[in-house]
Design a protein around this ligand. Structure first.
Ligand SMILES: [Zn+2]
Length: 496
């Protein structure tokens, strides 16, 4: 039987703010020493009172604006009551009936398979609310102890909930990846899943008809790859149960990465189990009349978002879908590209700008990206300027250097920060169209070094290198552009 999966996501992201959600402790995810960023408020000492973080509220509303959502003009915090050692207050300050953001839409990127279609699938957003993160339990298996690090307690955390609009593991993964990009473009969160800054929970059900099946929630998913694997596993597990005439139990399951399966944890709790009630220590939030929280102003100040950038890169530069994502995922690399090709107009009289753009796309996504990876260097730290890179592309477009030469020059540029014409001239990468002059040089060198020429004919490979070296010197002294490869070809022809 064919079962149709229905998937909704709940995604938490730690916000990048200066301070924590309700106190003035530093919000520093990189703090290595435990319990450094703590105070009586985030440790829940008696008599302390929370104060809501304006920056965190602004960031969640900004995300709402980017998702075309309805932004609250009044909102409220609520207490979610439960016990856990990492929760010093015995409750979490969260939001329940009055979240900051309601009813948005996230549009997935149009898939390369449907090239030409203007847009991808639209996934509806139910809500985005703001809450505080819990502390971190640190388990020491050797000493059989668990210690608690409160640096994370009270860090601003947003939770985004989607409608059950996704129908495959692939779509759910795409959604999570796209949200990560949006959070990064907006500067809201670094959303690094490996560091726990973004956590994905999936609600999955399967059904043979149009009615929704019983929903299972999967937690502990720590990478995009595992979002896909955990959902695929659940779809198979639930379909298998139903096929055998069994029933799916409503529960919370955890993804076990080593065994590559989900494991039952507990029966799913309902909202009423948490005894939500309005947080009495925080006044309701009222946004009307405050410009920085006005939906119009928030919308007007949005930066370019990933889908807008995709559309622009396709249209302006004709970048194909395969290479496009390299630019979309690496902001610094795409800025380098845009600066490099902005030079292209300057040479419009000599070479078509389109040619320089095309070459730049190719060299940046393959050669430059490869070199950066090899040297473990972020683009922001290289010595090569976009202007020099643009010039290298111009020289390639004009045939002043070969494509092999361009690759070698690029490597040297990264190492020294020199400009490409300097390297090309000094190291003999310039290709001359004056074949006659080169042939004459090669003939001269053979005549003056007859022993080396004879040695090469007898099979001594090193002699050829020597001859090429002599010819390079000769070409340089006569100020004729030459490169070793071209000269080598002349020697091979003349020496047979
Ligand atoms: Zn604190």
């Amino acid at each position: 039987m064919n079962f149709k999966p229905t998937i909704g996501l709940e995604i938490h992201a730690e916000l990048k703010t200066v301070t924590k959600m309700f106190c003035s402790c530093k919000n520093d995810p990189d703090e290595k020493h435990p319990n450094m960023n703590v105070c009586p408020v985030c440790l829940a000492h008696p008599g302390t009172l929370p104060v809501a973080n304006r920056e965190a509220i602004h960031k969640v509303l900004k995300l709402g604006a980017a998702l075309g959502a309805k932004l609250a003009d009044e909102s409220r915090f609520d207490r979610k009551n439960y016990f856990y050692p990492d929760l010093p207050k015995g409750y979490q300050i969260s939001q329940y009936p009055h979240p900051l953001v309601k009813t948005g839409v996230l549009e997935l990127p149009a898939s390369p398979a449907k090239r030409g279609e203007p847009s991808g699938k639209k996934v509806r957003i139910t809500r985005v609310h703001l809450e505080e993160d819990a502390a971190r339990s640190v388990h020491d298996d050797k000493n059989k102890t668990t210690l608690v690090d409160f640096n994370r307690a009270g860090v601003p955390l947003m939770e985004l909930v989607t409608e059950p609009d996704m129908t495959s593991a692939k779509e759910a993964r795409e959604f999570a990846e796209e949200l990560q990009l949006i959070l990064r473009y907006l500067g809201i969160s670094d959303a690094d899943m490996e560091k726990g800054q973004m956590r994905v929970e999936a609600n999955i059900s399967v059904s043979a008809d149009s009615k929704l099946g019983t929903k299972v929630e999967v937690k502990n998913i720590n990478s995009f790859r595992n979002v896909g694997r955990a959902i695929d596993f659940e779809i198979k597990r639930q379909s298998g149960l139903l096929e055998k005439g069994g029933k799916v139990r409503q529960e919370t399951r955890g993804w076990n990465d080593t065994e590559e399966k989900t494991v039952g944890q507990r029966s799913k709790e309902e909202a009423h189990d948490y005894r939500y009630f309005p947080e009495p220590d925080l006044p309701p939030l009222k946004f009307s009349g405050i410009p920085e929280f006005s939906p119009e102003i928030l919308r007007a100040r949005l930066p370019e978002l990933p889908n807008q950038k995709r559309a622009r890169f396709r249209k302006e530069y004709g970048v194909d879908d395969e290479k496009l994502e390299i630019f979309i995922r690496d902001k610094a690399l795409s800025e380098f590209f845009e600066q490099a090709v902005s030079e292209a107009e300057k040479w419009a009289g000599e070479v078509e700008p389109k040619k320089i753009i095309e070459l730049s796309v190719n060299y940046i996504t393959s050669d430059l990206s490869g070199l950066l990876k090899e040297k473990k260097l972020p683009i922001a730290e290289i010595k090569t300027t976009p202007e020099n890179f643009g010039e290298l592309m111009k020289m390639t477009a004009l045939g002043e250097i070969s494509s092999r030469g361009a690759k070698d020059i690029l490597r040297l540029m990264l190492e020294t920060g020199e400009d490409p014409s300097e390297i090309a001239e000094r190291d003999g990468f310039l290709q001359t169209s004056d074949a006659g002059a080169l042939e004459e040089i090669v003939k001269n060198v053979i005549a003056q070094n007859s022993k080396a020429a004879e040695d090469y004919k007898k099979g001594k490979e090193a002699s050829l290198q020597f001859l090429v070296g002599q010819a390079m010197r000769e070409a340089k002294s006569r100020k004729i552009g030459a490169n070793p490869q071209t000269l080598k070809e002349f020697f091979l022809r003349l020496l047979g």
